[in-house]
Design a protein around this ligand. Structure first.
Ligand SMILES: Nc1ncnc2c1ncn2[C@@H]1O[C@H](COP(=O)(O)OP(=O)(O)O)[C@@H](O)[C@H]1O
Ligand SMILES: [Mg+2]
Length: 227
């Protein structure tokens, strides 16, 4: 019953932020949004990146979840409209190399996820993004993305490095899989292309964990067999 669910959930906001381009902000924003949609939530994506790749994906998709193009200046307005429209979850996809909009995205959010590849260059760049979330006083977690499927070595090193620096890291991981990028052009995601694939499970785990972090009530486990 959607009306009962709306009484349970006040809108939550989740941002994907990383100063590094190519870390997986857009990929995770789209996949988490589809996971939320499949779990029966009303969800939309706020695309803060001037390259608007999330918005272009949603234009090709022609289905929920929708993405809207916005800016740091308009974000609060978009958020207020989304809440007034009965949304359960707003997912913000942000641009790299943009301190102020990234800070605005962090401040607007209940939870910030920082996608990061498990390589030294990427891990070194995490500090700056983590600082933004500290300034915004928002809980933030690094999510290792595009991890090597043939060895856990880099991932373990990366985890240990961030642990030493006191930076929280999501205990799961998202691996490098073609299904994450394959759906981009047709406006789909890995869960839809390969519902029984490993990517679908990884995203479902990440989504359930994130929903729990922000106190988002989920009625029943999403049926990942249903397309
Ligand atoms: N887990 C993954 N497996 C395979 N390809 C990925 C994965 N995550 C990201 N990519 C690819 O890497 C590129 C950059 O990812 P993207 O999400 O656009 O990063 P960002 O938004 O942080 O700049 C894209 O081509 C995307 O398809
Ligand atoms: Mg992007």
């Amino acid at each position: 019953d959607p009306s009962a669910r709306q009484q349970v959930n006040t809108m939550r906001t989740l941002a994907l932020v990383s100063q590094k381009g190519g870390a997986g902000k857009t990929t995770l924003a789209l996949h988490l949004a589809v996971a939320a949609h499949r779990a029966g939530l009303q969800v939309a994506i706020a695309d803060l990146d001037p390259q608007s790749s999330a918005w272009k994906w949603s234009e090709r998709r022609k289905d929920h979840p929708e993405a809207v193009v916005t800016s740091a200046e308009q974000l609060e307005h978009v958020k207020a409209q989304a809440a007034a429209g009965g949304l359960d979850l707003l997912i913000i996809d942000s641009a790299p190399h943009a301190d102020r909009p990234a800070l605005v995205a962090c401040k607007a959010s209940d939870l910030v996820l920082i996608p990061c590849r498990a390589s030294i260059l990427d891990i070194d760049a995490i500090g700056q993004t983590h600082d933004l979330t500290t300034i915004a006083r928002k809980p933030s977690w690094v999510v290792f993305n595009a991890c090597n499927t043939s060895t856990e070595f880099d991932l373990q090193e990366a985890r240990a490095g961030l642990h030493e620096r006191g930076i929280p890291v999501y205990s799961g991981a998202v691996y490098q899989r073609v299904s994450y990028s394959r759906g981009f052009i047709p406006g789909r995601t890995a869960q839809e292309i390969e519902p029984a694939g490993r990517a679908a499970t990884e995203i479902e785990d990440l989504f359930r964990w994130a929903a729990d972090q922000i106190g988002l009530a989920l009625s029943q486990p999403a049926n990942i067999e249903a397309a």
